[in-house]
Structures are given as C-alpha cells and as structure tokens.
Design a binder for this molecule. Structure first.
Ligand code: GDP
Ligand code: GDP
Length: 458
C-alpha cells in the first residue's frame, strides 16, 4: 500500500505550486488569488521507485465560498483522515501568520502521522533566515523550499521517503491465510467440489445426506498462496438433513460467512436457485463479503438441456441460466457466476482463478487520482435529484486503506442528506466500469461537511 501525502496550509502559500513541482506536471492551476477552482486534487506519483499519492487539500471544495477557517478545517480533516504524511506549507515571504499556528495545532491532534513543516517561497540563499522564525511553531525540523524554482526539494523528498520502505508494517498474519466459506443447501456438492479441488480424500463425499462429519477447516496451497475452507463439514454435525437446513438458514451459516474472507455460494444446477440460496445471499450481502457463485453439476444439466433441445448450444444456455441466477441473487450482483462440475472437473481452474483474483483485489487500494476523476465525471453527468434546493458536491473520494477488508471509499460531500442509495448505486456502477472489482462488494463511508467539522478526528 502506497503512502498518501497531503499538502495543507492557508490559501496562497503555494500549495498548488508545490503539488505541481512534486507531480512534475501542470495539472493543478496556480492563480494569484485565493479560492480559485482547481480541477485536480490528487495524483499518483513515484519518487525514486517509491509510489505514493499526493493530495492538494487546498484544491478541495474551496469553490463554495466558505470562509478560510472553514476551508482550512476541511483540508485538515481530509488530511488527517486519509494521509500518512502531511506537508504543512507556510509562506516564507509573508512570515509567520496566526492561521499557520492554528493549522499546526489542529494537525498536532493527528497521531501516528508524520508532519513536515515546509517554508515555501524561499527563492534564494539570502532568504534562508526567513525560515528560522517558523521554528516557533514547535517542529523540530523546518524545510525551506522554493516550489516555483525547485529549491530544497531533494531534502524534503528524501525526508519524506525515509520511512516509506523501512517503516512498513509487517504483513498481517490473517492475510497470509485466505479463508473461504463454502455455503449452500445440503447435497449441492460443496464437499465434492472441495474434494475435486484438493484431488485428495481430505473430505468425505457421500451421496447420503447427513453423514456425520466433524467440523474441520481444510487447508490447501495454490501457487504458493495458502487457502482454508472453513467449517466445511460443520454444517452436517448433527447428522440430519432437517437440522442442517435449519442451521444453514440460521446462526451456523452466518457464523461461517463472518469468519471468511470469501464466500462460495454453491447452487445445484438441476435444482436452481431456491429461497434458501436467496437467504444465504442476503447473509453474504449483510456481512459485505466477497462472493463467487458456483453452479455445480453442470455435467448433468448440459445433457439434460441437449436432450430437451431448449437451447441451440451450451453457450447460449449458460447465458440464459446465468441471467436467471443473477435475477434471483441480485443481492450479490458483484459475484461472478461460474459453471462447474465436481464430477468432471470442468470449471475448477476458473474457480481457482476467481479466488486468486478476489484475494488480490482485497489488498489493493484504488488509485486515488483516477478514482476522483471517475467520480467527478459521474457527478457532472448526473447530479442526484434533490428537493432540498441544492446540488450535491463531492469534494473528494479517498480509498480507505487501514482496517478494511474490502475496497472502501470515503466520500467527503457538502451535505449528507443529498446522498441517496440510488445515487450510491449509480456511482458504484461508474467506479466498477473503470476498475475491475468483480467478486468484491464496495463499501462507502459518507462524510458530510458539518459532521466532519464536529468531529475532525473521527
Ligand atoms: P495555494 O493557494 O496555497 O495553492 O497557492 P498557489 O500555489 O496558488 O500560489 C500562490 C501564489 O504564490 C502564486 O502567485 C504563485 O506563483 C506564488 N508562489 C508559489 N510558490 C512560490 C515560490 O516558491 N516562490 C515565489 N516567489 N512565489 C511562489
Ligand atoms: P454437499 O452436501 O453440498 O457437501 O454435497 P456432496 O458433495 O456431498 O454431494 C452430494 C451428491 O452430489 C453426491 O452424490 C455427489 O456425488 C453429487 N455431486 C456433487 N457434485 C457433482 C457434479 O458436479 N456432478 C454430478 N453429476 N454429481 C455431483
């Protein structure tokens, strides 16, 4: 995960100029007066092999003529919420300004973030002394630079990059093992599928529903990555199909789903989707888990379908079948639908690939720059209908990286009341059209302006 560097400071100190200097592109406009609209707020950069995202908080939401105080508060909120490193920019020609001190004290609340005091507009050696008065802000080190002329940039960038590799958090142990829950009705072929995948007799397969099994986690490795099927036989513990059905619809399945990183919902191709599958899909949606839908026993269906000559070819029949499954299981519309046969082994490879892909997706944060472009474009094409007499503004969308299990987007907007489920679905479609997130749900956290101000640390 690459670090996010946020540029914060009062208007006109040269934040855009610094943004451009680091991004080495004229993508953020520089004007002589504060409060101008800017069209780029973040950019994915690389410095000496280190990827990072640069965010110009000053480009965010200034256009709504809010006061300086409010604008700066919002910048600080965004930086504290999203960034790992913060560049506090001050104006070396103007000297220390009370607003600088106010911003500095707000930033100090950010724990575990590195804050760099950058004194800009130090265009020549003669002005170097200008930087010293800023020590009064209480930072141990001050970086004098000239964004306009590119002076002092190496020192600043080296200091920034110092911790990026060395300080990286050790890999989360729970991430080394990927837990997969096989869920579905009894007899759909969950155990057979696991068996086929393992190509060994780790799981008992029996045509008699209700064979007693112990609750077990089955582990296997695929291309060096370790996976674990959780609670594979646990659902049969009581040994009777009625019990299992009841359990499947209640706590047991919910528990298994919650323990997992990925849910594989198995459907019997001959039986199709029933109310039980719908309930399970609902549980998967509630738990916001990645999901793959396997239509198993396809070997039987193909023969059947041919016999009855319902479709001209297998391909066409699959398409129809998939549409029907998607209609019924719309809760998990993000899940791929794969056709498989535990008996013949067809489709196993695709299933493995899907699991591998989803696993990689979970760990990957969306690139902030492209993401914001997608969102702004979506917003300009279609603003949510509102009876409140104002239109929604999305200042900035940031992928949340810490403490999340699935791709999560934090949207900073002007008024939470303007955000509707319909509009969220619309935005989600746009995001999914840009990024391939198949198999993964997308989570949204919406922050309204007033809320962000009341609890800047939340
Ligand atoms: P922002 O509002 O903080 O983003 O500030 P801008 O980047 O728009 O810059 C405000 C003004 O300061 C512009 O007129 C810039 O040309 C000027 N400026 C920015 N960096 C420097 C610098 O290093 N030296 C000098 N002399 N002027 C600068
Ligand atoms: P579970 O209860 O979901 O774990 O289902 P099992 O794996 O025990 O399978 C139930 C029955 O379906 C067994 O008789 C299997 O042999 C059969 N079965 C499973 N998968 C397939 C398949 O892909 N094709 C065919 N023809 N039969 C299958």
């Amino acid at each position: 995960m690459s670090p996010i560097v946020a540029i914060v400071g009062r208007p006109n100190v040269g934040k855009s100029a610094l943004f451009n200097r680091i991004a080495r592109k004229q993508i953020s406009l520089v004007y002589d007066f504060p409060g101008v609209t800017r069209d780029r707020v973040s950019h994915d950069c690389v410095w000496q092999g280190h990827p990072f995202t640069l965010v110009d908080t000053g480009g965010i939401g200034l256009e709504d003529q809010s006061g300086f105080e409010e604008a700066i508060q919002r910048e600080v909120d965004i930086a504290m919420e999203t960034a790992s490193d913060i560049l506090l920019v001050v104006d070396g020609r103007d000297g220390l300004n009370p607003l600088d001190a106010a911003v500095a004290s707000k930033l100090r609340r950010a724990q575990k973030k590195r804050i760099f005091l950058v004194v800009n507009k130090v265009d020549s050696g003669k002005q170097a002394d200008a930087a010293s008065e800023f020590y009064r802000l209480g930072f141990s080190k001050v970086f004098p630079i000239s964004a306009a002329h590119g002076l002092g940039m190496d020192e600043l960038m080296s200091a920034l990059a110092e911790n990026w590799t060395a300080g990286e958090a050790p890999p989360d142990r729970s991430e080394t093992q990927f837990r997969v829950a096989m869920v579905g009705r009894p007899n759909v072929g969950k155990s057979s599928l696991i068996n086929a995948l393992l190509k060994e007799d780790r799981v008992i397969v029996s045509p008699i529903a209700g064979t007693t099994r112990d609750a077990v986690d089955v582990e296997f490795t695929h291309y060096g990555q370790s996976y674990c099927f959780v609670d594979t036989a646990g659902m049969r513990k009581k040994g009777r199909i009625k019990d299992e059905l009841e359990q499947a619809m209640t706590g047991r399945t919910a528990h298994t789903i919650n323990r997992s990183h990925l849910c594989v919902l198995v459907v019997d191709a001959l039986q199709g989707v029933s109310v039980q599958e719908k309930k399970i899909a609902g549980l998967i949606q509630d738990a916001a888990k990645p999901c793959v839908i396997l239509v198993n026993k396809w070997d039987l269906v193909s023969k059947e379908a041919l016999k009855q000559a319902k479709a001209t070819n297998d391909q066409e029949f699959r398409k129809e079948y998939e549409e029907a499954v998607r209609r019924e299981l719309f809760f998990v519309s993000y899940a791929p639908v794969l056709f498989i046969s535990a008996e013949s082994g067809k489709g196993l490879e695709l299933w493995l690939q899907a699991m591998k892909k989803i696993r990689a997706l979970k760990l990957q944060a969306l690139p902030t720059g492209i993401l914001n472009r997608v969102i702004q474009k979506a917003l300009s094409l279609q603003n949510p209908a509102s009876n409140l007499g104002k239109s929604m503004k999305i200042y900035y969308v940031s992928p949340k990286k810490e403490g999340v299990e699935i791709p999560t987007l934090v949207a900073f907007i002007n008024d939470k009341k303007l955000w509707t489920p319909d509009y969220q679905r619309y935005l989600e479609r746009q995001v999914r059209a840009e990024f391939d997130l198949e198999g993964c749900p997308l989570q949204w956290v919406v922050k309204g302006k007033s809320e962000a101000q009341m609890s800047p640390q939340s």
